[in-house]
Design a protein around this ligand. Structure first.
Ligand code: KIV
Length: 274
């Protein structure tokens, strides 16, 4: 049997690193195959974020997300995406304990999903783990500033860098992740000044979320920017109002069902066009 030839070349971490100081990196979250298929032609990176715990599964934070959940969604996104680099989050509890635990989690995620890289929330203590994984062939994206997995320490999802100590900490976290070999660093919930400083000091492209336009790229939670929720964070520009579109479509559907108005079943029951 001949080897299957992939038609479109998938981006690599080297392609992402090459964006530094050039064209901004376009990133979005994806959790399912059909949405990944729609986002893929436009995105440099699709992140299977552990935000899926809140966005898809209705959890109140990302702390309850398991590695099995990440793998299930990671596999779905890999089926939908052809050209974007796919990064899968390592969830809370799957990498902090030791290098070996992190290695087992990260290698399992890479092997079982086929993704190209993992992301860790990189407080200063995690830099060594990043270096350990990178040295063994696993590309790692860092994540500094507001770290949602630290919600139980921080008490809320609020921006970072309001005090000098906090600003210094964000900077130290970013520099540590950079020195450890992270190929890109998500910078979440910081002001323009910190975003600009971090971006100018690290070698890796910075990917901002709620961190101004002074990063090397941006990521948004796709469901936020498509308007699927009643509430969106202030930093998110809504590019569509899909919540309203769905509401109208479902109301129209309900009216049709109640009026017994649908196409004749025998003629229309074709699951896929031939
Ligand atoms: O989990 C996630 O979706 C993230 C992004 C918002 C950066 O970490």
């Amino acid at each position: 049997m001949s080897a299957q030839i992939q038609t479109r070349k998938r981006k690599t971490v080297c392609d992402i690193v090459a964006h530094k100081g050039g064209e901004p990196v376009v990133c979005l979250t994806a959790y399912t195959a059909p949405i990944a298929r729609l986002l893929d032609p436009h995105a440099d990176i699709l992140l299977v974020g552990d935000s899926l715990g809140m966005v898809v599964h209705g959890l109140s934070s990302t702390v309850g997300v398991t590695i099995d959940m990440m793998i299930l969604h990671g596999r779905a996104v890999m089926r939908g995406a052809q050209q974007a680099l796919v990064v899968v989050d390592l969830p809370f509890g799957s990498y902090e304990e030791s290098h070996e635990v992190a290695w087992r989690s990260a290698s399992r995620v890479m092997m079982e999903t086929g993704c190209q890289a993992v992301k860790v929330e990189s407080g200063e203590g995690i830099a060594d783990t990043i270096a350990f994984l990178v040295a063994r062939g696993i590309p790692v994206m860092g994540h500094v500033g507001l770290r949602p997995q630290a919600i139980n320490v921080d008490g809320s999802f609020r921006a970072k860098g309001r005090t000098k100590a906090e600003r210094d900490r964000v900077l130290r976290e970013a520099l540590a992740a950079d020195r450890a070999g992270a190929f890109a660093i998500v910078v979440e919930g910081v002001d323009e000044e910190i975003a600009a400083e971090v971006s100018s000091l690290v070698r890796a492209p910075t990917i901002g979320i709620g961190a101004s336009a002074r990063c090397d790229g941006q990521i948004l939670v796709t469901d936020d920017m498509l308007g699927l929720f009643d509430w969106t964070p202030k930093f998110v520009r809504r590019y569509a109002d899909l919540g309203a579109v769905i509401d109208k479509a479902v109301a129209d559907y309900a009216a049709d069902v109640r009026a017994r108005s649908f196409p004749a079943q025998a003629e229309t029951y074709v699951l896929k066009p031939s």
